[in-house]
Design a protein. Sequence first.
Length: 177
Amino acid sequence: MAAKPTIYKLNIAISDFNREYYDSVNLTVALHPSETLERMTVRIMAYCLNVQENIALAKGLSNVEEPEVWVKTLDDQVKLWIDIGEPVPDRIKKCSRLAPEVKIYSFNSKSNVWWEQSKSKVQQFSNVKFYQFDWQQIQLLATFVERTMDWSLSISGDSIYIATKNEEVELLVRELV
């Protein structure tokens, strides 16, 4: 019998000073059996950094034809495609054709090597932006994860301040150019 995903429920108060967005979201996130808590945490952060009408967590790891997070229009067209990790240039090229806006969030210890090897091949796609989280900060945030969570996020500049009921952490997210 195949392993089932673990379900996490989050209530997140978001204050995004960069976009002047202030609201709360309730998320139910499935941790895929092959996924780490760090990766799931980055999915949550990418969602929060881009929260808007019609945003949704997609199937991602369960369906390679979908991103991790997307925004669709009312007529089911993909408006924003968000991938997590270090996708190969061919996937980035495909994503750039499927959506007018694409964002890639890398986060792990090999992120710098991936960027150095890939940037000359992927910077040609003008509708794709690349971001990087600090790996140690993501690892720390992942230790705060519980099955039911109440988080408060304040986003300002390239910093995300996350407060949980017992802990606080600052994440830096920088745009790769």
